[in-house]
Design a protein around this ligand. Structure first.
Ligand code: I3P
Length: 128
């Protein structure tokens, strides 16, 4: 059985610091505004926190800090998107509601791990 089969605290899959910009809201294009974000992958959601310095994986608990925003990964699409930025190691996440985010790291191994982990959650939700 999955760790969340009792309906309790969802499983923390991954957390870390990435550069983030939202590039579309409901299909409408937005101006880029890159900033560092503490990103937490928990359950079916990618959750963004504003203040990276106050967040660590060990201190993260549901309810003890205020997310800036949160993305439902069900039906989401993930693509490498180095064509959409002058930065390296960029991928795009598109939600079913037409919100689009670019996420980026200078560290190759780190961004690859994030990509794989997010894709595995999307794949799991696709199979449900
Ligand atoms: C944008 C800013 C972004 C850049 C974007 C620029 O300018 O430099 O960092 O995206 O490029 O338009 P401004 O601050 O004036 O809004 P990248 O860093 O991802 O390249 P773009 O317009 O080619 O997306």
């Amino acid at each position: 059985s999955s760790p969340d089969s009792d309906g309790g605290t969802p499983e923390l899959e991954k957390a870390g610091l990435l550069n983030k910009t939202k590039i579309a809201e409901g299909g409408r294009k937005l101006r880029k505004n890159w900033s560092p974000s503490w990103v937490v992958l928990v359950g079916n959601s990618l959750v963004f926190f504003k203040d990276p310095k106050s967040q660590t994986p060990s201190s993260w608990k549901p309810g003890n800090s205020r997310p800036e925003s949160s993305v439902d990964l069900r039906g989401a699409q993930l693509h490498w998107a180095n064509n959409l930025s002058s930065k390296k190691n960029v991928f795009k996440l598109r939600t079913v509601t037409g919100n689009e985010f670019l996420l980026q790291s200078e560290t190759d191994s780190l961004i690859i791990e994030w990509y794989k982990t997010i894709q595995s959650v999307i794949d799991r939700l696709d199979r449900e």
